[in-house]
Design a protein around this ligand. Structure first.
Ligand SMILES: Cc1cn([C@H]2C[C@H](O)[C@@H](COP(=O)(O)OP(=O)(O)O[C@H]3O[C@@H](C)C(=O)[C@@H](O)[C@H]3O)O2)c(=O)[nH]c1=O
Length: 198
């Protein structure tokens, strides 16, 4: 049974599960992934789901071919720090975030989510978290909107299996496929504090 942080009452401050609405008909279905606003700081009128989400300037999509591939744990440093709105378009993932906000009572805390294409839930991750996921099904497609553009020089990360994090990944290290870049990130204890507001 996947961990359910909402049922457990343990959603970190600022993190949200956004309910998307699926309009089904005889052809299939239609869904809005995000509706922005022309009014600064506001969500679309009458659309509580989008209230207070930041402006997103880039859309990303990745295909992960097989289960047991881990991408992460990633963040970008200021001034390119990114909030993310994550949607699974096909397959399923274990999505993992790590609170990296200095001074947060939850610094270093891991929260895991089960996200899938069949559940109409998106995950909003604010600035200040590392983010990663593990594919659980073949041909898993993940879409995410980000609030700052890709900036390779600002990329940072934490080792996906840092023992101090104790992430309960559903596969062993021998089973997991990671990129060379992701295998080389430091452990959390070796990461200098990040001033996100800069
Ligand atoms: C993230 C990113 C990568 N790329 C390029 C760089 C590289 O050649 C190729 C693959 O990049 P990566 O290996 O970093 O891709 P990936 O490991 O899928 O990176 C992503 O992981 C998840 C968990 C996130 O949260 C994202 O923000 C992002 O960091 O795509 C872009 O052109 N734009 C981008 O925004």
């Amino acid at each position: 049974m996947p961990f359910d942080p909402v049922a457990a009452g343990r959603l970190p401050a600022g993190v949200r599960l956004v309910e998307a609405r699926r309009h089904a008909d005889k052809r299939g279905w239609f869904m809005e992934l995000h509706r922005g606003s022309l009014v600064a700081g506001g969500g679309a009128a009458g659309d509580a789901a989008n209230d207070a989400l930041p402006f997103f300037c880039q859309d990303n999509v990745s295909l992960t071919a097989a289960p047991a591939a881990v991408r992460g744990l990633h963040f970008q440093r200021p001034p390119f720090a990114q909030a993310k709105l994550v949607t699974v378009l096909a397959g399923a993932i274990q999505d993992v975030i790590v609170d990296l906000r200095p001074g947060s009572r939850e610094f270093g805390r891991v929260t895991s989510f089960h996200l899938s294409a069949s559940a109409d839930q998106q995950l909003f991750v604010p600035v200040g978290f590392a983010h990663g996921f593990c594919s659980l099904q073949p041909e898993t497609i993940v879409h995410y909107k980000v609030s700052a553009p890709y900036a390779p020089a600002a990329e940072g990360g934490i080792l996906w299996n840092d023992p101090d994090l104790g992430i309960d990944w559903p596969f062993t290290a021998a089973e997991v496929l990671v990129s060379e870049k992701d295998a080389a990130w430091p452990r959390l204890r070796d990461l200098a504090p990040i001033e996100w507001a800069a």
